[in-house]
Write a protein that binds this ligand. Sequence first.
Ligand code: BGC
Length: 771
Amino acid sequence: MNGKVAYAAVFALVALLAVVPSSVAQAQPAAGPPPVASPPAAISPVAPLWMDTSLTADIRANLVETEMTRDEALTLVRGYFGVDYPMFGKIYPTEIRKELPGSAGYVPGIPRLGIPALTESDASLGVANGRHMRPGDQAVALPSSLLTAATWNGALAYASGAMIGTEARRKGFDVLLAGGVDLAREPRGGRTFEYAGEDPLLAGTMVGEAIRGIQDQRIISTIKHFALNDQETGRSLMDATVSDAAMRESDLLAFEIAVEHGDPGAVMCSYNRLNTVYACENDYLLNKVLKSDWSYKGFVLSDWGAVHSTVDAANNGLDQESSYTHDRADYFGQALAQAIDAGTVPESRLYDMVHRILRTMFAKGLFDHPVVKQPINATADLAVAQHDAEEGIVLLKNAHDLLPLSFVKRPSHRITIIGGYADLGVLSGSGSSQVIPIGNTPSLEVMAGGAVRNEQTPTGTIILDPPSPYAAIRAQAPWARVVFYDGSDVAKAASLARVSDIVIIFAQQWTAEGWDVPDLSLPGNQDELIAAVADANPRTIVVVESGTAVTMPWLDKVGAVLEAWYPGNRGADAIARILFGAVNPSGRLPITFPQSESQLPRPQIVGHELAYAHIALEGTHSPFDTDYIEGANLGYKWFKTKNQIPLFPFGFGLSYTTFDYAALKAGGGAALTVTFDMRNTGKLKGMGAAQVYATPPGGVARLIGWSKLDLKPGEARRVSFTADPRLLATFDSTADLWRVADGNYTVSLGSSSADISASATVHMDASTIKP
Ligand code: BGC
């Protein structure tokens, strides 16, 4: 593949930052404050006290801090871009350049005190390696986080996290910039594929489990992007406008749940403003919600280029400037030392920052289990990626049981595969999370007019993950005649379809960090192609590889639809095994598929006219507010509030077997308890995903729990759980607590947010919960 092109493309995305004024765009040495007068005492060659593992992380951190100079303290709160690239004219000292890990970030350690460096890699979908492109440096590309969310299987999210944590250690990284959990308020958002959908319970649980999996490998994971970085258009300045109560019940609840599950060592504050104040200097968000209400003990690091001040950022909760290279100025370098000297930032705040960083490094194992480079175990890691893909691909339509393709048995059977580069690999999303996968990565330039809408999307390099669906399908049906056509001529595709027993069309929607898709339709002429092919042969199966929801004007014409998201390094195998029945599909949508954009709270992305008119979105003022009028009722809750029927509802997904969800019993009073039976009523083994929603008095139904079970034909199992009371409550911003209202609540059991098979009414007593 063309390494240089990919490097430049990924790098360009990371560099979508403020244009640095010429006054600061000069070479700046990485200067810190002047050294203290007397040199620090030498540490004895015997293990220092803080290496005593029987002490708590806080005590161990305190012990190091007593030995530390202010100069040293300052080095821990300011990081470097991890590649040697003289961004904005900032030149690194030689000793730093030698140590850069060739990835997202680097914070030097303090060898005198045995403090290891923080070596940081992006890791939304595998250990990202798009930046340095060292020959042979490949990593297993996991499916997109949205696909992992679609498994509704916390154990798989954990396994995926453990897999990237293990690979990261072996590649020499001790911090993973993982844990994206911004809710899909804006399904056109370019990074929807890096997040876990639209529901706070599902997203928080799945992302929290992935973080737990990473950190069990004794490294640090972040959670990001805190908070409401829900669109890429104007992301560095836009002002997300939403009430305190609404975000506590939605976006912040997703973070809160994920923090409880995963206890991430660090929180990455986001680019955007939130209610007029930048997230990385937002006292409400960082000091009040995170550190006070949630008692968070880890540290807050900034997104790359998201710092805009020294005094406000330091006092309002930022603990580490991640990559001063990306910021307009060197906010936590000399400027922080000077602010401390001037008394505008208390010195105690610097030691709080340092304490949070060091205690996290102790707590997560960085001192006791330093990372050691060694080859990755690709075979084991690919198996995790495949399992994830097999459970997260969603069967959306299966007319007349067209799938599985078990009837394709004779050598005369002809399968025509059309489009989507299915002869090369499966699509991946782009940006800082890009993984250069295992195998022979197909070289792809940007596809103007093909898979990419050329006027509205920036150029870049699209990475396809091998193997190809064509090869994987041939492996499932070696006896059949399988042919591939790229789909460039619609008439030719239709005539091939006419003489085929089965047609499988691969449709693609490429999305990336840094820009949003203008709408949810398949780019280029794909809708026309699918309609023409399905008219020619109703036994047409559409496999969609997308970063988010897509619209499907051809849905009535086609026989079957599989939503494969970005399915990763074994995605093609997973797709083929589902098509031929080796795997029974069990994914469920973590995001609503609208019929059209007119059903969304905003018919167009806010700021799109500025972005597409190439008006600079950087400056001192926010060019626009994104007013989240839907409040806490995003996604399926918005559709319920507006009485709208989506194309496919949140939670939807078919199986090759059938399930019955019944015998619902719900108990109220002080706590809401739920019991029900799930039975496989079909002829095949398969996984059902029963979902339970509760509707508070005067409110909208909210997911309060689910159960995904693997059942044999005829097998039934009972499921019981107690609902988290926050999922029933509203947030009272004046009293600063959750309130469960006294009254009757409807509890609904079903196979999706819109297919309810049983309901019960319970009376709940009024109660309050401290955040
Ligand atoms: C992204 C982060 C990422 C960071 C470092 C930023 O552009 O928003 O998600 O972790 O770059 O690569």
